[in-house]
Design a protein around this ligand. Structure first.
Ligand SMILES: [Zn+2]
Ligand SMILES: [Zn+2]
Length: 433
């Protein structure tokens, strides 16, 4: 086998600037040349007879190929690579006339893209994830719609609080992101939990009661009942001072997510993951839910990040940023996507979907997972949200028209810089305090 050597080189820089990973070149391209390049597809691997040459200057420049950071394509010269990048990967029509979204005489796409243009032109000011996550996500065509809309992330000359709220409400209605859990069933679950909290029944009997209740149910109601049951085994009435991230994940978050999203589905696995969804290999989500087809991994449907309540503000914002970017990459070819961020026992779920050149991220709701027996009945408040999350997840499918969809390019996860700001200057995210 003859080995062909290639390099990952910036075609725009006059000096021969080499990289060891594709996402590093994409990062450089943004920070130095202000262009967002799309990532390679997850199945774009270099061939076995191709070998990366990391050294700066090749001895014989003609013998080396320059790899495209966005697809499996190689060119003999930097000039040719530049032509390829501009021809194949420049997303220069982010505002297509067809399928744009006009909403109450207000053009959502046009306004978003004019703000995006502003962010790209002022990108120098937004190089720190923790202070500018909203602007950076906007550059990646990700539009975050939270429940709280008075943060003024976006200047009101683009979107005011009322418009943000209206867009979120519209998506919530259209995509069915709200549901009412059956009242009779709510009462039944409450009764069972109350007996345990009031010490009229043992933990073991309560588990049996919930399981026998679940067997009568179907679909989302069944998943919700199983998720409530999953909370019971670790329930104690003790003063536990500090809970580490691993304990939080293994005792509370994982059993809950597993019961809600994966139980009853033979081809779904919910796990504390160490897999990756993009070429940014070192940036792995804490949690993922995967769909299998014919016994092999098909696609990922949900990602999650977990931090304790005491984690720093910056690390929580970086987690959120990372979830948005990884989810936007992972949702390609899917109808929609789900992700969650857990801060301590507060788990906030987000619905994400791609609609004509914008990745919309919509906050669905927060569920506080009880960690002590006396708090157990509080879970009743969240049954509606649990049912919604279960339904969103159950309906994730491969989209029919994958070939025609041109996905907007996304920045690499790792922009390389974060900085903690004084509290007053911090941007806010609903559940990050
Ligand atoms: Zn360069
Ligand atoms: Zn390419």
């Amino acid at each position: 086998m003859t080995i062909t050597y290639f390099q990952i080189v910036c075609p725009k820089c006059k000096v021969h600037k080499c990289f060891t990973q594709y996402h590093a070149l994409r990062r450089h391209y943004f920070s130095s040349h202000r262009m967002v390049l799309p990532s390679r597809m997850s199945n774009d691997h270099d061939l076995p007879d191709m070998k990366l040459m990391e050294s700066k200057a090749p001895q014989q420049p003609n013998s080396i190929l320059y790899a495209c950071p966005c697809c499996v394509h190689y060119e003999k010269s930097k000039a040719d690579l530049l032509v390829h990048l501009e021809k194949e990967h420049a997303f220069d029509d982010p505002y297509p006339e067809s399928g744009k979204w006009t909403f109450e005489q207000f053009d959502v796409h046009k306004t978003f893209h004019s703000y995006q243009k502003y962010c790209r032109e002022h990108a120098d000011e937004y190089m720190h994830i923790d202070s500018s996550f909203f602007q950076l996500l906007c550059i990646s065509s990700i539009f975050v719609l939270q429940k709280r809309t008075n943060y003024h992330h976006i200047p009101t000359s683009y979107f005011d609080s009322g418009q943000l709220e209206a867009i979120r409400d519209h998506i919530v209605q259209e995509e069915g992101l709200e549901s009412n859990f059956d009242e009779g069933l709510t009462l039944k679950i409450m009764k069972v939990l109350k007996l345990l909290v009031e010490k009229k029944k043992t933990l073991e009997d309560t588990i049996l009661d919930l399981i026998s209740l679940s067997t009568l149910l179907e679909s989302d109601e069944k998943s919700v009942a199983f998720a409530v049951e999953s909370l019971l085994p670790p329930m104690k009435d003790l003063n536990v001072d500090h809970m580490a991230e691993s304990e939080l994940t293994s005792s509370f978050i994982h059993p809950f997510i597993q019961a809600l999203l994966a139980m009853g589905h033979e081809n779904v696995i919910a796990k504390c993951s160490n897999t990756t969804t993009s070429d940014d290999g070192q940036k792995r989500p804490d949690y993922s839910v995967d769909m299998y087809q014919n016994y092999t991994h098909d696609y990922t449907t949900c990602l999650g990040e977990v931090k304790t309540k005491h984690a720093t503000y910056a690390s929580k914002v970086v987690d959120f940023y990372k979830l948005c970017i990884l989810s936007a990459e992972a949702m390609k070819g899917l109808t929609h996507f789900l992700f969650f961020q857990a801060q301590g026992n507060e788990v906030t779920f987000y619905f994400a979907y791609y609609r004509v050149s914008i990745y919309f991220v919509v906050e669905v709701g927060t569920i506080v997972i009880p960690t002590r027996k006396p708090d157990l009945s509080n879970i009743i408040t969240y049954l509606d949200t649990m049912a919604t999350v279960s339904r969103i997840h159950r309906n994730i499918k491969r989209s029919q028209s994958t070939d025609q969809v041109l996905y907007a390019p996304i920045l690499p996860v790792d922009l390389g810089s974060k900085r903690s700001l004084p509290l007053k200057q911090k941007p806010s995210l609903s559940t990050i305090r």
